[in-house]
Ligand binder design. Structure first.
Ligand code: CDP
Length: 243
């Protein structure tokens, strides 16, 4: 991102710029099945970051030559809508969006039982409606819900969150200001039940000890997010009598 403005103080009286404790997630909202025409969909908000995910498939591959004989092709497009950021974003796909589409796909792929659907495609669309940090991890969290909502067989859900180092402290679920002015940010996604990490990126520098602590903090957040994901799915699929 980059900004010429002066760095604000990110920790004040032991609290973060938005009043959170170091290990506190932003207020989270999740809703499954929000689009009628998609096979599966979900909307997820972490604070002011709000992302919509839609899944289509398994369906016939177009164009046909990209089909795979032994599994479904998984395609993913991450996009930030023009009005999602403070500065209008060009609708043309940026390098960043192309890269994020790939890393998000790779974060979701291990969870999808694509071998059950040879010669088909599963298309995942992630639309960032409002961006305030952590859009890739929110996108992964929403897409996993949309896949489950589409009835795609999965080994586990995938949940994600970014940890950052701000004013020398490790903090969970960074917002845009913390991302911009912090010393490091580390997005992580995992399959919580299987304990498998599917995305780990690090921008900035952490010591070995900080890295270990940051990863533990991210996984603690991911377990909480996973509980909320299950709750959101139950809300759509389990009737009150069954619950
Ligand atoms: O969103 P995420 O943290 O996964 O990715 P990032 O590239 O580290 O971007 C951090 C934040 O910068 C985003 O969440 C947006 O709030 C903001 N951003 C923006 O406003 N305009 C862009 N073209 C890219 C990012």
């Amino acid at each position: 991102m980059g900004s010429s403005s002066e760095k604000p103080q990110l920790i004040i009286d032991g609290k973060r710029i938005d009043g959170r404790a170091f290990d506190e997630l932003r207020p989270i909202e999740m809703e499954v099945g929000v689009l009628k025409n998609a096979d599966g969909s979900a909307i997820v908000a972490f604070g002011n970051t709000r992302v919509l995910a839609a899944v289509y498939g398994p369906r016939e591959v177009m164009p046909k030559h990209v089909a795979l004989a032994d599994r479904a092709v998984i395609r993913c497009r991450y996009r930030m809508l023009s009005f999602s950021a403070e500065e209008r974003k060009s609708p043309a796909p940026s390098r960043r969006e192309i890269e994020l589409s790939k890393v998000i796909r790779e974060a979701l792929e291990p969870a999808i039982m694509s071998e059950l659907f040879p010669r088909t495609t599963i298309d995942i669309f992630i639309e960032v409606l409002n961006a305030d940090g952590g859009t890739r991890t929110t996108g992964i969290t929403a897409a996993a819900l949309a896949l489950a909502d589409a009835g795609v067989p999965m080994r586990d859900l995938v949940a994600g969150v970014a940890v950052g180092k701000v004013d020398g402290k490790l903090v969970l679920d960074i917002n845009k200001v913390e991302d911009m002015y912090g010393e490091a940010d580390m997005p992580v996604a995992a399959m919580p039940s299987l304990g498998r990490i599917t995305l780990l990126q690090l921008n900035g520098v952490l010591t070995h000890e900080e890295f270990v602590e940051a990863l533990a903090l991210a996984l603690k957040g991911i377990r909480k997010i996973y509980e909320l994901q299950k709750e959101a799915l139950r809300k759509k699929y389990v009737t009150t009598e069954e619950a």
